[in-house]
Design a protein around this ligand. Structure first.
Ligand SMILES: Nc1ncnc2c1ncn2[C@@H]1O[C@H](COP(=O)(O)OP(=O)(O)OP(=O)(O)O)[C@@H](O)[C@H]1O
Length: 145
């Protein structure tokens, strides 16, 4: 199958990325002496990972309790990620609160950098499609479900 049929381009104007930064980084913890220098070998992860802006949706990787996970191609960096899509009702105050809480959680998880922890890159809310997309490191060996 030609490469262009594998991904669907998601224009950045449709999505609202939540890339706000919290200030405490792994390296800050190291400086503070909370993490031993040798306990965490560093990976090639940007200091402050960002959710992709222009990205293409690829094949379905699996389904979980809260939504579907798709392969995602970041058109700006050429990187492959996994995009977890959680449907929500933007007109419902209750679910909007839950989505806010999820976004905050992703913001915290973005600051965890460890080779044994899947890297979070951020999230974006699409009100039109009524979905919150959470971007995480793509783990090629994970069996599809
Ligand atoms: N980072 C990833 N890289 C590759 N595939 C993934 C990744 N994350 C999830 N998947 C695939 O998507 C499926 C669903 O994942 P998801 O995290 O939504 O659900 P889960 O692991 O069952 O946990 P839960 O539903 O409790 O959140 C997984 O079983 C896996 O096949």
């Amino acid at each position: 199958m030609p490469q262009e049929n594998l991904f669907q381009l998601v224009p950045s104007s449709q999505t609202r990325s939540y890339n706000g930064d919290s200030t405490l980084q792994y390296s800050d913890l190291r400086t503070l002496g909370r993490v031993p220098e040798k306990s965490c070998p560093r990976r090639e992860v940007p200091r402050s990972p960002q959710a992709p802006v222009n990205w293409r949706q690829g094949k379905l990787l699996g389904r979980g309790a809260f939504g579907e996970v798709y392969l995602c191609y970041d058109a700006d960096t050429g990187r492959e990620l996994a995009a977890k899509q959680v449907p929500f009702d933007p007109d419902c105050q209750e679910t909007s609160k839950e989505v806010n809480a999820l976004e905050c959680e992703v913001q915290l998880l973005k600051n965890l950098h460890h080779e044994r922890i899947v890297q979070y890159y951020g999230s974006s809310r699409d009100l039109e499609k009524r979905k919150l997309t959470i971007f995480v490191e793509f783990m090629p060996g994970v069996p599809t479900s």
